[in-house]
Design a protein around this ligand. Structure first.
Ligand SMILES: CC(C)(COP(=O)(O)OP(=O)(O)OC[C@H]1O[C@@H](n2cnc3c(N)ncnc32)[C@H](O)[C@@H]1OP(=O)(O)O)[C@@H](O)C(=O)NCCC(=O)NCCS
Length: 169
């Protein structure tokens, strides 16, 4: 991964981000979300963020939190700023937030042909869970991907077990 531009800042998505977000959305997706989808997301929850590079929107992440599950609904980075670690930064931000909020299960759907995104998600511990046939309007299948985060307690427990085994062995 190349170096993330130092000045990237992650802030909650707001209505003033709508125009640049829509511009990115239309460029990178065949079945892009509409302005009203994003407005609904901004109105209904505080679980969507933009990555700002200076004043400009470089990327965004939209999630939905349902009980103890987090669903990634949308993630994109503007084409000229791709491969600079911005999506990775958004994903790490989300995972840290989930860890601190006690949310453990993360899910998403991704086109089976979207190898860059699949690679990104795998880097963050997601695994293909099941295939949704003809999930997209053009008939393409989706992978449902899942990641289960360890709680701090579980990590500490595992570290203790390893220590114990080390002493026994
Ligand atoms: C997928 C996407 C969000 C990645 O954003 P990005 O900022 O370029 O990704 P990063 O620079 O943070 O890359 C992180 C990792 O993702 C994977 N990745 C990203 N782009 C990739 C590419 N073109 N080919 C292969 N792997 C890629 C790699 O594992 C990469 O790590 P590496 O650079 O060490 O190999 C971006 O390509 C995008 O906006 N695509 C169009 C929208 C989309 O498909 N969104 C996902 C919908 S589910």
């Amino acid at each position: 991964m190349s170096d993330t531009p130092a000045e990237i800042q992650i802030v909650p998505m707001a209505t003033n981000h709508l125009a640049p977000v829509l511009k990115i959305e239309k460029t990178v997706f065949r079945d892009s979300w509409t302005a009203s989808s994003f407005l609904e997301v901004i109105r209904m929850s505080d679980k969507s963020w933009v990555a700002l590079c200076g004043e400009g929107v470089a990327g965004y992440l939209v999630t939905q939190w349902v009980l103890d599950e987090v669903h990634i609904l949308n993630l994109a980075v503007t084409v000229p700023m791709q491969r600079q670690g911005i999506a990775a930064k958004l994903m790490q931000f989300l995972i840290d937030l989930c860890g601190n909020s006690g949310m453990r299960d993360l899910f998403l759907e991704v086109r089976v042909s979207n190898l860059p995104a699949i690679s990104l998600y795998q880097r963050f511990g997601f695994r293909q869970l099941t295939l949704r046939k003809s999930y997209y309007p053009d008939g393409e299948d989706a992978w449902v991907m899942h990641s289960r985060l360890e709680t701090h307690d579980e990590s500490a427990h595992e570290a203790n077990e390893l220590n114990e085994r080390g002493r026994e062995g």
